[in-house]
Design a protein around this ligand. Sequence first.
Ligand code: MTE
Ligand code: MO
Length: 281
Amino acid sequence: MNNKAHTPPSGSNPAPISPRPTFRDRLRKAMGHSDDLSIQKQINRRTFISFSAFFLLGAAAWKSWFWIKDAAQSDGVQAPLRKGLNINEKILKPTLSPNHLAKTYPTSQAARNVRPNGNIGTHAQGFDPSTWQLEVATLDRGVLTIGIDELKQLPKTEFAFEFKCIEGWSQVSWWGGVKFSDFIHHYGLEREAALTYVGLSTPDDKYYVGIDTPSALHPQTLLCYEMTGQPLPPEHGAPLRLIIPVKYGVKNLKRIGKIFFSNDRPRDYWFERGYDYYCGL
Ligand SMILES: Nc1nc2c(c(=O)[nH]1)N[C@H]1C(S)=C(S)[C@@H](COP(=O)(O)O)O[C@H]1N2
Ligand SMILES: [Mo]
């Protein structure tokens, strides 16, 4: 075997290379961490660096606070924060698919005393549930008016699930009504349901929400007229409310008066007050 090529030429030993400080060495020295520096110098440098960092980060925090505080408002919240909410929505939308079912519980595990929360648009004087009719805006058939007895003729769906309010409480409660998707098909509203959003409001328009249509068509979304196996009580939205387990409580509009469909995002009560529009779970 000829290993000549691998043998260094004899008699010409390479000169010793003087060690050049690496980037890491130089950085360590600048940070006051080097064997070449006296202990006192190391301490001085580190004290200086700590104070500079403290001052600069403090100034940056101070400055960004004013930047956020003074920024233009965007739907009830400063624009930079709204941007954050929009990014959250983009990330969450594909992961929480409307076909993912919320966990259900045996109805025996549902609360007997269901907590009422929020009464905007549900305490107007002179509201008469016996003459109430749901108004549904169609694309080419004008406004359909539908009574509660008619809705009760449609197949009933019941389940208990963990109802969650963004205020921080949750409760397993039991609801019954007609699936929103069954309602759509029964009334021939497929063309309307091909639009991007569903808007719902109380009869007095004081509370209103917008829902992305895929979430409205989710198999657990109900036009609900029963709670805990009984007729829906007034404080929970009689005669008809929305139950939408893929959303937080805010979107579960009580006392529905009107429903419409649109490609433009409908107005939304809490969105206008700075909350997330999507409010998905
Ligand atoms: N009309 C109307 N619907 C509403 C509200 C409201 O103030 N008015 N509050 C919402 C909120 S924040 C929650 S948590 C739920 C509470 O429903 P519950 O009272 O049946 O527990 O209703 C939602 N629907
Ligand atoms: Mo809520």
